[in-house]
Write a protein that binds this ligand. Structure first.
Ligand code: SF4
Ligand code: SF4
Length: 266
């Protein structure tokens, strides 16, 4: 950790970056994002197993871009999200300095997105067996039972949009839910509207979600929305091949392959 603090301080002192986005002490026993703009601010930086927020969410925020060039503390989920944002032309290599953190909490400096891709080759997204079993169980339900399952799970959603705010890939300046002419998704929270919102969100993240679980962690109601995105990851892999963010790769739902097995595409 000391190494990370020293590196962050030196980046600010030499004016290579103007802000360091990292984790700091939050309320209770939680951590929160901190934005260090002075070398002394870096003393607040910490990294441990409580640092589950995906800091890549701040890289596209107008308010943070205003602070100048950032360095970002990047454990594996953040690295994956940085690559996905780069693949979607939201980030360039020269836009930021990446302070990677290995699973052993060691600082790794990445000079290029290519170097991150090489590193992630040995840290691929793996859906936990416990989630696989739950997803399989839900998928095996008859349609009416599955529909009833999701209606019940999504019933407590009161549309606070914390899940969207926590997701680095929900960066559209205007979300479909805010469109009211025409209004595709009802703004108010009610059973069918909740289902529409979550199906729409999962579809928009198909082939883009980096499985960081920040959306699930942010949900004050503990709704298992991560099961939708994990299931979508499995489906994308099954139908479109191995999944993993890559700068040169087209997004699954915004590209097509003339050799696709479906005939309608020809
Ligand atoms: S949908 Fe959830 S798990 Fe996927 S990238 Fe966004 S926050 Fe992470
Ligand atoms: S964070 Fe939870 S309650 Fe809020 S909109 Fe998302 S799913 Fe609904």
């Amino acid at each position: 950790m000391n190494e990370l603090i020293q590196k962050a301080k030196s980046l600010l002192e030499s004016n290579v970056v103007q802000v360091v986005i990292g984790y700091g002490k939050g309320t209770a026993d939680k951590t929160r994002a901190i934005f260090a703009t002075k070398p002394d601010d870096c003393n607040q930086l910490l990294f441990d197993s409580r640092c589950v927020q995906n800091l890549a969410v701040y890289l596209t925020k107008h308010e943070i871009k205003h602070l100048g060039k950032p360095a970002i503390v990047a454990p594996i989920p953040v690295l994956r999200s940085i690559l996905q944002l780069a693949a979607e032309n939201q980030l360039k290599e020269t836009d930021l300095v990446i302070l990677g953190v290995s699973p052993e909490s060691k600082l790794i400096e990445f000079e290029s997105f290519g170097a991150i891709e090489v590193f992630l080759e040995t840290h691929k997204i793996e859906i936990d067996e416990k989630y696989k079993a739950t997803i399989d169980k839900i998928k095996a339900m008859p349609v009416s039972e599955r529909f009833a399952f999701w209606m019940e799970e999504l019933e407590p959603c009161f549309k606070c949009y914390a899940c969207r705010a926590a997701c680095p890939l929900c960066y559209c300046p205007k979300c479909t839910v805010e469109n009211n002419q025409p209004q595709w998704i009802p703004a108010a929270s009610h059973l069918l509207g909740n289902l529409e919102w979550h199906v729409m969100r999962a579809m928009h993240l198909a082939g883009r979600c980096t499985d960081c679980e920040a959306c699930y962690t942010a949900c004050p109601m503990g709704i298992p929305i991560h099961l939708l995105t994990k299931s979508m990851l499995q489906d994308v892999e099954e139908h479109f091949g191995p999944y993993g963010p890559s700068v040169g790769k087209q997004n699954t739902l915004s590209s097509f392959n003339p050799d696709d097995k479906e005939s309608f595409i020809r």
